[in-house]
Write a protein of this length. Sequence first.
Length: 206
Amino acid sequence: MSSLSRRQVQAKETRRVILDAALALFTSAGYGATSVADIAERAGVALATVYSSAGTKPALLRLLLDRIDEQADIPRQAAALRGSDDPSDVLRRAITLIRTLTERCGDIIASLASAAGTEPEIASVYRAGRARHRAGSETTVHRIAALGGLRADITPDRAIAILASLNDATVYRSLTGTYGWSFDEAEQWLFETLSRQLLAREHGRP
């Protein structure tokens, strides 16, 4: 391995340690109460190293956001959802996607939500994330409707509102964190509930 490669590996590992420290502090103490000095101390590096490796606090949080798509495997899951020809399977895949997102990245999402109240730049990122969530719900409902699986007595707009509101990280966090459900239990309950709310009986509605 060349010296340049070793430096690259070391830089990547240093950034990972810094991001892990930032995430732990953002989650436990809150974004606003955490200083860059706190992050440096937690990571065991110099303050200057945090700035040179990752940047400011908003930059750190944006780097944490980059982990979400990678850890939750969102692109592959979204492609499978769009390619499904079964309305019930489309709904199940949409619910599983948010389950995976929350299970693997819920701490990052919680940190982002906390930061949105104090950092205008992060608030903008958070709003964009919520817009993507709605867009995903729209894609799911329109796919179900195109396959003839949407209940006849519900409009697409209403179906989108129901799906976006219930199939949400905050619901998963409430059920699993506050009420002690397993993620499997939460996912199955959401599937059964949303099937009744959205699907025509001949396409999987109980």
